[in-house]
Ligand binder design. Sequence first.
Ligand code: HEC
Ligand code: HEC
Length: 189
Amino acid sequence: MNPLKYPLSVSLLLASFWAAPVFAADLNAGEKKAATCLGCHGPKGKSSNAQWPNLAAQQSMYLINQMKAFKSGTRSNPMMQSMAANLSNDDIDNLAAYFSSQPPVSAGGDPDLAKTGKAKASMCFGCHGSAAAGNGQFPRLAGQHPEYLIKQLNSFKAGVRKNGLMQAVAGGLSEDEIKALAAYFGSLE
Ligand code: HEC
Ligand code: HEC
């Protein structure tokens, strides 16, 4: 059979079928839903308060995992657990699509500490990426608020936030190493 003899309409139909997005999250719905998040996480997910993480340009899969973890209570934080309690799976997909598509931001970090941190950061790149931009379940660390990163590393270390990989990694870090690594990752663009 000669494929060139295929009727044009069938080819167009096939082309539009294959062009259909696999991930059908609704960005506009995500942007609307995000209105309730911006009071803490900032416009477009750029937070100006170091207690509240930047969500801009965070990995979509990671955002979905965290919202579900707050909702089920496997990650505990009173503020976020009450925020996530009312989100449907569609809301979660749409919010993740919205925040992950916002431009990355950089919170900055103490330059001297960042230099020390850079020397120790190579053990993080294998999972978080060589630019710390994250990938899938591995979160972006680049540009995140250092205070927030310190809090998370300490809660992995204490076993309060649960993740086998990160509990093992954080368990081997001293307080000084945690501060230096947080300053380094926070200072990345
Ligand atoms: C009242 C303030 C507040 C509001 C409103 C809020 N959050 Fe949060 N959010 C927080 C805090 C605080 C944390 C950090 C929790 C911790 O320390 O573990 C957080 C963490 C997160 C995280 C984890 C980020 C990471 O890097 O692991 C996600 C995802 C998130 N929020 C999504 C949302 C979404 C989506 C909304 C809106 C539906 C929202 N938040 C509304 C305060 C808030
Ligand atoms: C073996 C893979 C792996 C390595 C190596 C690794 N991480 Fe992670 N990291 C993860 C995973 C997976 C998560 C997400 C955990 C979750 O879903 O709660 C994570 C989450 C984090 C978070 C929480 C981010 C947020 O937004 O809340 C921080 C901070 C972090 N890692 C820092 C580091 C640092 C610093 C290093 C190097 C010293 C490092 N990680 C090395 C796999 C890794």
